[in-house]
Every structure is written in structure tokens, then in C-alpha cells.
Design a protein around this ligand. Structure first.
Ligand SMILES: NC(=O)c1ccc[n+]([C@@H]2O[C@H](COP(=O)([O-])OP(=O)(O)OC[C@H]3O[C@@H](n4cnc5c(N)ncnc54)[C@H](O)[C@@H]3O)[C@@H](O)[C@H]2O)c1
Ligand SMILES: O=P(O)(O)OC[C@@H](O)[C@@H](O)[C@H](O)[C@H](O)CO
Length: 416
């Protein structure tokens, strides 16, 4: 049996089908494992339907449309726990004319209260299709006279709400000078955490064997999840009560996002580069390598003193070791090694600067940047927005110095 609302209804399983109040851009695995999961587990979740759109490729929407937006969530701890995710009630292909038209229509609708995004870090670059769609939709909303909306970026970026506000203001400036500067919309910074690797054919088979239904796009994730949001007052049109599922609202997100971005994502970036250099393929393999484990621990020892006690960074580090070592989560290093230059600048260089500023060496942070250099010199490459700069640096007489300069000129000078 193929998974769909009709097929489940025939088996006596009636799932909620709430009206669309949330529009999501970036219909990947993570959105379903995280924001859709929180919505499903909010006490009032059955009032909040999500219309979710793929932006870059039609594959996710093509797989989920025949399933009425349903997908199976596999929470992979010691055992697998299977659940059907139902908050996504509509899916579309934002790369098609019809999909784009529907996104703009929904953004202009007074019923829409929230726009959330998982468009990868690249999606926040000027000119990205997601930003252009968002700009078009918000202008249509303005013309329709609908109320201001809440925008909720869920990508691994520092101050992602503010970042979105800035890039969107730029995107709108040409069309309507100064319009978005009036700040009538609400940009909510969020720190999101749940390791969700790309779904494999083996995962699809596992779901079919366990549940009896065929799901073209299940999602496999870990048990751990966390969602920290800044701006409880930023939802004038309402929101699901995500706190019921453990979401936490804070007044200052910075230490939380630093904990997550520096400790988890910084360590992932290191493991992805140094791990591939040492012939590993997954995070679990890499963290089992004593040399890499020592590198991660050394980096965390530099991060922890930079964070306030209330974020419990030491306890988070211990949890991370278990999460990274989970052999049942097959998180491939090649998936997480893209765009390393920008990631090092955001996740590792600030730790080095803070350590130096406090009179210490920052040696562990520096050794991560050096591992990246070694990877580039050894030809261990992934797609990177900085590729032209990397290629140019590699052909310099002093390639190591040129590579380090690309990441941070101070680091380059220090390690000359
Ligand atoms: N997977 C995780 O463990 C995880 C955890 C925390 C945060 N995130 C964030 O979520 C993002 C998506 O992760 P995922 O696992 O769902 O990936 P995915 O590959 O399953 O989906 C990515 C989605 O982003 C869209 N996209 C890709 N490049 C884009 C671009 N340049 N502009 C606009 N849209 C673009 C794709 O069309 C797709 O819908 C990550 O980049 C990260 O910022 C992921
Ligand atoms: O492309 P990145 O480095 O931003 O993210 C890759 C993984 O590190 C990331 O998806 C983590 O699994 C996630 O951030 C866990 O919450």
C-alpha cells in the first residue's frame, strides 16, 4: 500500500488535516523532522497546517504530493520508532511557475501567519530564488492589505532572523524603496538542532518492512531535538504552542546559537574535512578515531569558557559525543563538508579570536582551519561558494598562506 490519507483512512486511521496557516520554503528532510514535528506535538497543532514548497528541485514535492504531504518519521535511537507526520497538508514545486504563483498567493493570504525557511545557508545569498519569491510574496501581501507576518528562518546561521531581514530588505529595495525598512514584519531568530541525514533507499525499505506502507520520502532522525527562538512577542497572528513539544523562547539567542553553531556545527565541519582526509565516510566513523576525537575535545575546551553557564555547554558536549557516535545515524561527511570557508568563518574563527583576545593561543580552533588547508591541498574538495578563491589560492606560490588568508587574514599572518 502506498502511503496517503485515503489509504490510511481505509485502515481506520483518520489524521488531522488543518487549514494552511504556515508556508514553508525548502521542503527537505529537516523541516519535517523538526518544525513539522514540533507543530504535530503542539497541543493546538491540529489547527496549524503547513504548505511546504521545494525551491531548488521538484524531487521532494513530486514524492510527497501523491502522499498528500504525509511522510514517515523514523526516530532512530536504540530502536526505530515510526510515526506519520501530518502537519504538511499541501506541497508544491517552487521552481515551477504554478508553484511560484501558489507561494505568492499564500503569502498574500490573511490566513497565513508564519513563513518558515530551511533553504540552506546558500539560500540567504543575494539573488537566491527563495529570497526573490519571498520578496514577491510580501509585496503581494502589502498590496492585499493583509496583516504583518512572522518570518522564521531555521537554517544554521548566526542571527538568522536579522540576516533574513537584511537580505530581504535589499531584495525589496529595488521594487519598493524603503518599504520593508519600516519593519512591519516580524523576523524571529531561531537555533535549531536535530541531526537529520539524507534519506537512503535502505531507509525506505526499513519503513516498508516495519509499517507495511510504501513511503517515497520518509525522514530518519535522531531522538534528540532542540528549538530555541528569540521573540515570543513576534507572532501577532498566532502560532502553534511549540513549547508543548519542548521549544524554548529566550530573550537573547546569542549564547544558544553560539553553543549550537560552534560546538555541533563547528565540530561537524572539522570532522567532515579531517575525517575525509583520514579516509572516513560518516560522522560516527570519524568520532571513533582517537585523533579526531582529541581535536573535537580540544576545540570544545576552547568554546566552553566563552559561553555563559546557563547554556550548560559541558553537558551539551557530553550529549554531542553520544549523538555523533550513534552508529544507527548514517550522517555522511560528504553531505556536511560543503561551503566550508563560510562555515569556518562563522563557527571556528570567532572562537580563535575570543581565545586570542583573552591571552590564550586558540590552538585547537587554529588546527581546524589548518585541517581545512590540508584537505584543500590534498584535493579533498566539496562544492564551495568560495571555489574560485580556493582555486586561485592553490595556484599561488605560497598556497597554504593564500588559503589561510581566504578564511581569515589574521590567522594567515599568525601562522606564517
Ligand atoms: N539536516 C539537518 O540535520 C539539519 C539540522 C539543522 C538545520 N538544518 C538546516 O536545514 C537546511 C536543510 O537541510 P535538509 O536536511 O532539509 O536538506 P535537504 O537537502 O533535505 O533539503 C534542502 C532544501 O533546501 C532547498 N535548497 C537547497 N539549496 C537552496 C538554495 N540555494 N536556495 C533555496 N533553497 C535551497 C532544497 O530545494 C530543499 O528543499 C540545512 O542546510 C541547514 O541549514 C539541517
Ligand atoms: O551544512 P551544515 O554544516 O550547516 O550542516 C550540516 C550538519 O552539521 C547539520 O545539518 C547538523 O546535522 C544539524 O545542524 C544538527 O542540528
Amino acid at each position: 500500500m502506498k502511503l496517503s490519507r485515503t489509504a490510511l483512512a481505509l485502515q481506520g486511521v483518520e489524521l488531522p488535516k488543518p487549514p494552511v496557516r504556515i508556508v514553508h520554503l525548502g521542503l527537505g528532510a529537516f523541516h519535517r523532522a523538526h518544525q513539522a514535528w514540533y507543530t504535530q506535538h503542539a497541543a493546538d497543532g491540529a489547527q496549524w497546517g503547513i504548505a511546504a514548497f521545494s525551491i531548488r528541485s521538484a524531487a521532494a514535492s513530486a514524492a510527497l504530493a501523491p502522499q498528500d504531504g504525509l511522510s514517515t518519521l523514523v526516530q532512530r535511537g536504540v530502536e526505530d520508532v515510526f510515526d506519520v507526520l501530518w502537519p504538511v497538508v499541501e506541497v508544491g514545486d517552487g521552481s515551477s511557475a504554478a508553484g511560484r504563483h501558489r507561494i505568492v498567493e499564500l503569502l498574500a493570504s490573511p490566513e497565513t501567519a508564519i513563513v518558515s525557511l530551511t533553504i540552506t545557508e546558500a539560500g540567504y545569498q543575494p539573488g537566491s530564488p527563495a529570497l526573490e519569491l519571498l520578496a514577491e510574496g510580501l509585496l503581494a501581501r502589502e498590496r492585499a492589505g493583509a496583516e504583518p507576518i512572522s518570518l522564521l528562518p531555521c537554517d544554521n546561521l548566526r542571527s538568522n532572523g536579522e540576516r533574513l531581514r537584511l537580505v530581504l530588505t535589499d531584495a525589496l529595495r529595488a521594487a519598493e524603496p524603503g518599504w520593508l525598512d519600516s519593519g512591519q514584519h516580524h523576523f524571529v531568530s531561531t537555533s535549531v538542532d536535530r541531526i537529520t541525514p539524507r534519506t537512503t533507499a535502505a531507509d525506505r525499505r526499513t519503513v516498508e518492512l516495519a509499517t507495511g506502507w510504501e513511503d517515497a520520502a520518509p525522514v530518519v532522525t535522531e531522538e534528540y531535538t532542540s528549538w530555541v527562538l528569540q521573540g515570543i512577542e513576534s507572532f501577532p497572528l498566532g502560532r502553534p504552542h511549540w513549547e508543548d513539544a519542548g521549544a524554548r523562547f529566550v530573550t537573547d539567542i546569542q549564547p544558544w546559537e553560539q553553543r549550537k553553531l560552534w560546538m555541533l556545527n563547528g565540530a561537524h565541519t572539522f570532522l567532515a574535512l579531517a575525517g575525509q582526509l583520514r579516509g572516513h565516510q560518516t560522522v560516527a566513523e570519524a568520532i571513533a578515531d582517537p585523533e579526531l576525537l582529541a581535536g573535537v575535545r580540544g576545540f570544545w575546551a576552547e568554546v566552553v569558557p566563552q559561553l555563559p553557564v546557563e547554556v550548560e555547554a559541558e553537558a551539551y558536549a557530553e550529549q554531542l559525543l553520544d549523538r555523533f557516535a550513534n552508529p544507527r545515524i548514517e550522517h555522511r561527511l560528504a553531505q556536511i563538508s560543503q561551503d566550508s570557508v563560510a562555515k569556518l568563518q562563522e563557527r571556528v574563527v570567532p572562537v580563535w579570536l575570543a581565545e586570542r583576545g583573552q591571552g590564550r593561543s586558540g590552538a585547537a580552533a587554529l588546527s581546524i582551519v589548518e585541517a581545512w588547508c590540508r584537505a584543500m591541498l590534498a584535493g579533498v574538495r566539496s562544492v564551495d561558494a568560495a571555489d574560485p578563491g580556493i582555486d586561485a589560492a592553490l595556484s599561488e606560490p605560497e598556497p597554504r598562506y593564500a588559503l589561510l588568508t581566504l578564511v581569515d587574514s589574521e590567522i594567515a599572518k599568525e601562522s606564517r
